[in-house]
Each structure stands twice: as C-alpha cells, then as structure tokens.
Design a protein around this ligand. Structure first.
Ligand SMILES: Cc1cc2nc3c(=O)[nH]c(=O)nc-3n(C[C@H](O)[C@H](O)[C@H](O)COP(=O)(O)OP(=O)(O)OC[C@H]3O[C@@H](n4cnc5c(N)ncnc54)[C@H](O)[C@@H]3O)c2cc1C
Length: 382
C-alpha cells in the first residue's frame, strides 16, 4: 500500500507542501482548524517571496497577481549610509515578488482542496507500527506514515517534540498598511532604519496602475500604542524627508507582535516540524516564509527519495536528512537577522559612524553584493 502524509495546518506552507507532494503523486491529507473567512482587511497584508520560491510556485501552477522588485535601497536613517541592490548585478530577472497574503493562501489551498479537511485540529498523536496515529478534536483518529506539523508559531504539537534553543520577544509591533507614493519607482523596494524603527516599502500594484506600496513598519510597543490618526503624520515625516516624497496612506493599519524562535530539533519517529512551527524570524529581511517554503521543498525531496527506495517515510534516519539540510541554514538566517536588528538599534555614536561607513563600503563591492543577492534570492543553497 502507498505511504501517506498527514499535514497539520493549511497555511501557506502547509498547502504548499501538499502541492509539492501532489506533484510527486504522494498521497496526503491536510487538517486546517480555521475556516477561511474573507474580511475587509484581506487586501492589505503582503508577502515578499524570493526568486527561488516565486519560480517554484509558478512551476507548480500558482499564477496569482504579484509585483516585481528589481532594486532595493537600504538607508541608515541616522546618517548618510546607503546600500543598494539591483537584480542585474547578479544577472537575475528580479530580486523578489510581492504577493497579497490572502490571495496566495487561497490560490494554494484551492489547488489541494480535495485533500483538505477544515474545522478540526489534531490534539495529540502517538507512534504506532506503521507510523503515527493522530487524535482529532472531533474524537476520530487518523493513521498515517508521517505527520508534518505546519501549524505556524506557538504550535503545541511542535513544542511536544522539541524545545526552543532560541527565543526572543523583540518588544516590537509591525504596523502593516498600504500607501501611494508617486515619486518612488514602482519596481523598487526601500528600507529605512531609523533609531528603533524599521520602515519598509514594497511595490504592491495589486492590479492597479498607481504607485502603490505595502508598508511593514516595525516599532517599539510603546510607540505602536501611542500612534493615532492625529499624530500619524508627525511620526511618518522623518521617512518622507529621508526619501524626499509624500506618503499617502490608503488603508487601515494592521498590527503584528514580533518575536523569533528556533526549535532544537525538527523531527522524531514518524513526525517532523516545518516553517513557522519550527522557526520564526523578525520580518526586517522578509525571509520568514521563504525559509518555510525551502523546508517544504527539501522535505518533499526526502520523502520522495524514501518512497522511491521502498523505505518507510517516517523513519527517523530519513527525517534527520531533512533536518540536517535545513536547520543550520535556518539558524544562520535567524541569527543574521537578529544581529542586523541589534546593530541598527544601537545609538552609540561610534557604532553609528561605523555602520554608516560599513554600508557605504559594502555598496562599492559588487562581488559582495552579488553574493548577498544570490543568497537572499534562494539561488545559493545545498
Ligand atoms: C508583519 C509581518 C510581515 C511578514 N512579511 C513577510 C515577507 O514579506 N516575506 C516572508 O517570507 N515572510 C514574511 N513574514 C513571515 C510569514 O508571514 C510567516 O513566515 C508565514 O506566514 C508562516 O507560514 P506558516 O504556513 O508556517 O504558518 P501560518 O501562516 O501561521 O499558518 C499556520 C496554519 O495552521 C493552522 N493551525 C494552527 N494550529 C493548528 C492545529 N492545531 N490544527 C490544524 N491547523 C492549525 C492555522 O489556522 C494556519 O492556517 C511576515 C510576518 C509578519 C508578522
């Protein structure tokens, strides 16, 4: 009998893994606890996917609307430091694509809908001879050869298989909203580090012809609580000044608390953890889901290899191969982003000077920038 995979969590990465397995003709079932309810805020949240993840989605038949990022500019708001990246420096067509979060999620889940069960959740699981047996909230049980936990941050099932070796509350909130800025190039992403704030603008045409951008503005919790419609323009002025433009806000503001974590291990007999259930990261580099998508691609490759060699897909030895190929890379990205976050939070004048000069120096070394682009776009991997 063919082996099957049970996926807990039908978010973007859980559904994407389903699609990867479908492409390999490996049977799977997704259990998603929340029915999809559309809301007025659906158009606001964006997601930036690197070139490698975007191309894989296209290859699997996902052709949702997106906007291209061809250039990116990074500014140190407390000085003259500036760094820019252009896709042509690395001979690639674009650096990343910006999607609408909900549109992408819906497109993915639609592709695998015949294998999705919505409204229940897996409450516990135990190891049985053929793999695992999962107990559901509707009191039924499901047997499978492998359980994949893709439940996002704060998954109890993930915590039951490993502890966290890195955990951080950034004491920050990300405000996400849409803006119109006619003065900026509509294929350019911009990021300004200003004291304890990080202001990122991503091109977000979303079917319109106007220069619309999606904003992710990370700020200390206290500022997020004080921010109101009355004082909003005062707080955004420094970014308008830095970018020599006028920012017109066109949507509500959504809020997300920011934290990061990393599990000590990604698997046990018959079970493994992927994406935000295993690791989460500050959004300043827009890498969270890119890491999750890479997890899913590598896991699908290892499952296929086990199936083709008539081995049990729940065997720890196979699952450890997935862990080995992903854990160190994920850890270095989480630590790297954390280092950047800390570097730009410092107000020591010497550090600020070093940071500004460092940005200018790196900006002059095209081979360094090319390497950075190839890593961030997911082209350099093992
Ligand atoms: C402000 C902000 C901006 C970001 N921007 C970017 C970006 O530009 N680029 C990028 O790469 N990343 C970005 N990220 C990170 C990205 O959003 C996450 O990495 C990504 O959403 C994680 O996907 P996931 O499928 O692992 O988890 P989730 O999106 O959390 O999905 C998990 C799913 O599992 C379901 N679930 C949970 N528990 C259970 C259960 N017990 N049983 C069944 N189902 C369950 C949930 O209902 C949900 O549907 C950003 C994050 C934030 C906060």
């Amino acid at each position: 009998m063919s082996q099957s995979v049970l996926i807990s969590g039908g978010g973007i990465v859980g559904s994407f893994l389903g699609l990867e397995l479908a492409a390999r003709e490996i049977p799977f079932k997704i259990i998603e606890k929340k029915p999809f309810v559309s809301s007025e805020d659906d158009h606001i949240r964006s997601l930036t996917l690197n070139l490698s993840a975007s191309e894989r989605l296209e290859h699997l038949g996902i052709t949702t609307n997106s906007s291209l990022i061809q250039r990116m500019k990074i500014f140190d708001g407390s000085g003259s430091g500036k760094l820019s990246f252009d896709c042509h420096e690395a001979n690639i067509d674009y650096l990343a694509k910006v999607f609408n979060f909900n549109e992408l999620r819906e497109a993915l889940i639609k592709k695998v809908e015949s294998s999705v069960s919505i409204g229940d959740e897996i409450t516990s699981f135990k190891t049985i001879e053929s793999g695992i047996q999962a107990s559901l909230s509707n009191e039924s049980t499901l047997d499978s050869n492998l359980l994949v936990i893709a439940e996002g941050r704060n998954s109890n099932l993930a915590k039951s298989i490993a502890s966290e070796n890195f955990s951080k509350d950034y004491e920050q909130i990300a405000k996400t909203f849409l803006v119109e800025i006619p003065e900026l190039n509509s294929e350019e992403a911009v990021q300004v580090f200003h004291e304890k704030e990080i202001f990122a603008l991503m091109p977000y045409k979303n079917g319109t012809e106007i220069n619309q951008f999606s904003v992710v503005w990370s700020m200390p919790k206290e500022l997020a609580h004080d921010l109101s419609l009355e004082n909003f323009s005062t707080h955004i002025q420094k970014f308008e000044k830095k970018l020599s433009c006028k920012i017109k806000v066109t949507s509500e503001l959504l809020s997300f608390p920011l934290s990061a974590h990393h599990l000590d291990a990604y698997c046990d007999h018959g079970v493994c953890v992927i994406a935000d259930a295993a690791h989460s990261i500050h959004p300043l580099a827009g890498q969270g889901i890119n890491l999750g998508i890479s997890d899913a691609i590598i896991l699908a490759e290892e499952i296929e290899r086990a199936v083709n060699s008539d081995k049990e897909i729940g065997q720890l030895a196979f699952l450890k191969k997935y862990e080995l190929r992903r854990k160190t890379l994920n850890a270095s990205m989480i630590r790297g982003v954390d280092f950047l976050f800390n570097l730009f939070q410092q107000d020591n004048p010497y550090l600020r000077l070093g940071r500004n000069s460092g940005l200018k120096v790196v900006d002059k070394f095209s081979f360094l920038k090319k390497n950075f682009i190839l890593h961030a776009s997911g082209i350099h991997k093992i």
